[in-house]
Design a protein around this ligand. Structure first.
Ligand code: FES
Length: 79
C-alpha cells in the first residue's frame, strides 16, 4: 500500500456553500479537492466529504495532523 502525500502548509480557498470532497491521499491534481486519484493511488484513503454552510475563506489542512480536519488548526507549524 502506498503512503499518502502530505503538504506542509494549508491550502486557502474562497469556499462556497455546499457539499465538498476534500482530498486525503494527496495525489489529486486539483488539491484541496478530490479528483478521484485515490482510486489509483493504492493508499486505501478516500475523500473527506463536508457540508460547507457559509461562504468564505477556508484553510484546508494538508499535513493531515489537524484536530479540526479538514480545516487547518495550525498544527503544521509545530511539526
Ligand atoms: S484524490 Fe485524494 S482522496 Fe480522492
Amino acid at each position: 500500500m502506498a503512503d499518502a502525500k502530505h503538504g506542509t502548509t494549508p491550502i486557502v480557498v474562497d469556499e462556497t456553500p455546499g457539499k465538498k470532497a476534500y482530498c486525503t491521499c494527496g495525489f489529486s491534481l486539483n488539491l484541496p479537492y478530490c479528483d478521484g486519484a485515490h482510486s489509483k493511488s493504492d493508499t486505501g484513503l478516500t475523500p473527506m466529504v463536508v457540508e460547507i454552510e457559509e461562504a468564505g475563506k477556508k484553510a484546508i489542512c494538508q499535513c493531515h495532523k489537524s484536530c479540526s480536519m479538514p480545516f487547518c488548526d495550525g498544527t503544521h507549524s509545530k511539526l
